[in-house]
Ligand binder design. Structure first.
Ligand SMILES: [Zn+2]
Length: 410
C-alpha cells in the first residue's frame, strides 16, 4: 500500500470543511463551541470563520450568554442557506425530477417532467438541459451561487467516465456520456452517481448528528437497490456500482430469473414482478405491461387501491412482498452489520402503508446479531424526491463536506 502524506493547504481545506459541517448541522454555534467540538485551536477556528464570513457562507446571528457563569457573551454563527445552491436531477425511467437545493438542504424549487419514452437519450439530454435552465430562471437565484449539477441515474454506471451503461429499464441507453453532455449543455460542473447512492448521500447530508452511524437505504423505484453508508463513508465499491441486490434469492418457489436462480429480488420484489403476480392471480386485468415503466407505475397504483379497499388476495400478496423484502434486507444487514435501514424511492409511499408495519419484525427475526443490537427500520423523511435531492447533495457533499481523501497528495 502506498502511503501518501498531506500538505498544509489540504489540511487547511479539510479543517474548513469540518468547521462548516459543524455549523451546518447545528442551529447556531459559537467559536468557542466550534473549538471544543472540532478540537481545533481557537486561532484556527477564528481564521476559518473569518474566511467563511467573507465568502458569505455563514453569518453572525446574535449573541448568547456563556453557558457556564459570567463572561463575555458569545457570538453565534449560522449557515446562510441561500449562499450556495446545487441542482439535482433524478433520471428515472418514468419521470425526470429536478430540484434546486440550498446549502442548508432545503428545497427551494422543484419540477417533474415525464421521461421521453422514445429510445432517444439525446432528446432526454436536451430536455434536462432546458429544464435546468427553466428551474434557475423561475427561481431567480444568482447562477454564480450554483455550485454544480448532480445527476442520479439508474445503474450500472461508469463512475469514472460519467457514463450511464445499459440500465435495464431505460431501453436505448447504451453507454451514454450523460455527465459530460449535461456539463456541456449547462456550463456547470456535473457529478453523476447511482440513484441509490444519491439517496444515501441525501440522508447523510440531512442528518443532524451523523456520529459514524451505518445504514442501508433501500431504494424502491422501478428497480430495487441499496445505498450504503458505513461509518462516515458512502460505499460506492470499485466501479461505483455497489448495492446491487437484484439477485439475492428471496423465494425458493419464485419465478426463474435470468441469472439462473429462482425467486431473486429482481423477479419477485420489483413493482414489475408485483404487477405480474397480481395479473397472474387475477387481481389486475392481464395487460402484460412488461418493461414499460409508466404502465407498471399505473398498475401499481391500481393494486394499492385494491389493498385500500381491503381485498384479501391483494393484502396477502403485499404480505408476501414484505417478507421477501425483509429477506433481502436481512442478507444486507447480516453482511454489513448496519444500525439502521431507511426505505424510500418513488414507489415507497404507495406501498408503505402495507409494508412498513411488517418489514421491521420480519427483518428482526432474521438478524444474526439481534441479541446484540436493534436494527431500526424507517421510511425516509425526504419524500418521493429523495433521488433528486440526493443528486443535489452529491454536489454539496463533494464541494463542502469534509472528505478525508482530500488530504492525500495527488
Ligand atoms: Zn437472479
Amino acid at each position: 500500500m502506498v502511503r501518501r502524506g498531506a500538505n498544509q493547504p489540504s489540511v487547511g481545506g479539510y479543517n474548513q470543511a469540518v468547521v462548516l459541517d459543524q455549523i451546518r448541522r447545528a442551529d447556531g454555534l459559537s467559536r468557542v463551541e466550534l473549538a471544543e467540538t472540532t478540537g481545533l485551536s481557537a486561532q484556527t477556528v477564528s481564521n476559518i470563520c473569518a474566511r467563511l464570513l467573507d465568502a458569505g457562507i455563514i453569518e453572525e446571528a446574535g449573541r448568547a450568554a456563556a453557558a457556564a457563569g459570567p463572561g463575555k457573551p458569545r457570538t453565534t454563527l449560522r449557515l446562510v442557506g441561500t449562499s450556495r445552491y446545487a441542482v439535482g436531477v433524478h433520471l428515472d425511467p418514468s419521470v425526470l425530477t429536478f430540484v434546486l437545493l440550498g446549502i442548508d438542504g432545503a428545497v427551494v424549487d422543484s419540477r417533474t417532467r415525464p421521461t421521453p419514452s422514445a429510445n432517444d437519450p439525446a432528446r432526454t439530454v436536451r430536455l434536462i438541459v432546458t429544464e435546468i435552465d427553466g428551474l434557475l430562471d423561475t427561481s431567480g437565484v444568482d447562477r454564480a451561487r450554483v455550485v454544480g449539477v448532480g445527476i442520479a441515474a439508474p445503474g450500472p454506471i461508469d463512475a469514472e467516465r460519467g457514463v450511464v451503461v445499459d440500465p435495464p429499464n431505460l431501453a436505448g441507453w447504451h453507454r451514454v456520456p450523460l455527465r459530460d453532455a449535461i456539463a456541456q449543455g449547462t456550463g456547470f460542473p456535473v457529478v453523476l452517481d447511482k440513484d441509490v447512492t444519491a439517496a444515501a448521500v441525501a440522508e447523510r447530508w440531512h442528518e443532524r448528528a451523523p456520529g459514524g452511524a451505518s445504514f442501508a437505504f433501500l431504494y424502491l423505484g422501478i428497480g430495487l437497490g441499496v445505498g450504503l453508508v458505513l461509518g462516515e463513508d458512502v460505499v460506492r465499491g470499485g466501479s461505483g456500482n455497489a448495492g446491487e441486490i437484484g439477485h439475492i434469492p428471496v423465494d425458493p418457489d419464485g419465478p426463474p430469473c435470468a441469472c439462473g436462480s429462482r425467486g431473486c429480488v429482481a423477479v419477485s420484489c420489483t413493482p414489475a414482478a408485483l404487477v405480474a403476480e397480481a395479473e397472474a392471480l387475477g387481481l389486475l386485468p392481464a395487460t402484460h405491461v412488461d418493461d414499460d415503466a409508466r404502465s407498471i407505475d399505473e398498475a401499481l397504483t391500481r393494486l394499492v387501491v385494491r389493498a385500500a379497499d381491503g381485498d384479501a388476495g391483494t393484502l396477502a400478496l403485499l404480505e408476501r412482498t414484505a417478507e421477501r423484502i425483509a429477506r433481502a434486507l436481512a442478507v444486507v444487514c447480516n453482511l454489513l452489520d448496519v444500525d439502521r435501514v431507511i426505505i424510500g424511492g418513488p414507489m415507497w409511499h404507495r406501498l408503505a402503508p402495507w409494508l412498513e408495519a411488517d418489514i421491521p419484525q420480519l427483518l428482526a427475526s432474521l438478524l444474526v446479531a439481534r441479541g446484540l443490537h436493534h436494527v431500526a427500520v424507517a421510511g425516509t423523511g425526504l419524500g418521493d424526491d429523495v433521488g433528486a435531492i440526493g443528486a443535489a447533495c452529491l454536489v454539496l457533499d463533494a464541494a463542502l463536506a469534509p472528505q478525508p481523501r482530500s488530504l492525500l497528495l495527488g
